[in-house]
Design a binder for this molecule. Structure first.
Ligand SMILES: Nc1ncnc2c1ncn2[C@@H]1O[C@H](COP(=O)(O)OP(=O)(O)OP(=O)(O)O)[C@@H](O)[C@H]1O
Ligand SMILES: O=C(O)C1=C[C@@H](O)[C@@H](O)[C@H](O)C1
Ligand SMILES: [Mg+2]
Length: 258
């Protein structure tokens, strides 16, 4: 009994050291963040995280704990990144734009990079209604879908520190824009019609383009919606000829400047 008490005492001492080191580390992370923001340096640096993890694995004396140290460092980096994201973006990041501009794809990547939660109105609607958007259009018409979408936008606008990827038609309704703006900043993703066509041409779940999957129709529809998209936007990021990493960096940079 005495032995276990002795060991526990040592564990408590280890925890004290960890707590002290953790506190110090978080304070230093915030200092780096302030410095980077002041100097206009890129905030996201995935290679630095990999370096920190591999350094920790190498530094370990007892190799029995390799897997565990990796997990430990990853959790700490996640906590640290989350803390930074909350300070940098104390609001929802709302992604809007035409079909195929990358709202869903960029929402997912941005959420990995910033360790912020992400949701997608189309995905939530399909999950709630237990059917596809195409079927909803087919069986009940567009008006029915837009009402469900409107209710969903109202609900998701109540969230905090979340990346909200919207359906392509969400901002056509001015009340949706008002709700989203109450808690978020709006990022308009754009792309050239030819690029959008290449990205969506095989997508069977886009009823607005059904029977009209051509560059000409996409161009016309984009032109019709242009003013609504642009007037809702706090920042605009063109996604043509850019990979997801570049787009995320640009979103972060422009949001911080806005
Ligand atoms: N920057 C990019 N480069 C190459 N492919 C991309 C890029 N962004 C998105 N894509 C691809 O284009 C397709 C459409 O993207 P995504 O589904 O994210 O668009 P969306 O804006 O969410 O469209 P929707 O309005 O239909 O929900 C996907 O296959 C995605 O992987
Ligand atoms: O642009 C649109 O009107 C749409 C885009 C998709 O995200 C879906 O929300 C739906 O297919 C309608
Ligand atoms: Mg999408």
């Amino acid at each position: 009994m005495k032995i276990i008490q002795e060991i526990r005492k040592e564990i408590d001492q280890c925890d004290e050291i960890l707590i002290e080191a953790f506190e110090k580390r978080m304070e230093l992370v915030l200092k780096v963040l302030q410095y980077k923001t002041r100097e206009g340096m890129p905030i996201l640096d995935s290679s630095r995280e990999e370096e920190i993890i591999s350094h920790a694995v190498k530094s370990l004396k007892n190799k029995e704990f390799e897997k565990e140290i990796e997990e430990f460092m990853k959790s700490m980096l996640t906590i640290s990144r989350k803390m930074q994201s909350i300070r940098l973006f104390p609001y929802n990041i709302v992604l809007i734009g035409f079909m195929g501009t990358g709202k869903t794809a960029i929402g997912d990547r941005l959420s990995q990079l910033l360790r912020m939660d992400t949701i997608d109105t189309d995905v939530l609607i399909e999950r709630q209604m237990k059917t596809s958007i195409s079927k909803m259009f087919e069986e009940h018409g567009e008006k029915y879908f837009r009402q469900i979408e409107k209710d969903m936008v109202k609900r998701v606008s109540l969230r905090k520190n979340t990346i909200i990827s919207c359906g392509g038609g969400v901002v056509l309704d001015s009340e949706n824009v008002e709700h989203l703006k109450e808690t978020g900043k709006i990022v308009l993703l754009s792309a050239q019609p030819e690029i959008i066509y290449e990205r969506v041409k095989n997508d069977q779940n886009l009823p607005v383009l059904k029977g009209n999957m051509t560059v000409e129709f996409i161009t016309k529809k984009m032109e019709e919606r242009k003013d609504k998209y642009e007037s809702a936007a706090d920042i605009i990021v063109d996604t043509s000829h850019k990979d997801k990493e570049e787009i995320c960096q640009e979103i972060v940079y422009k949001l911080l400047k806005s």
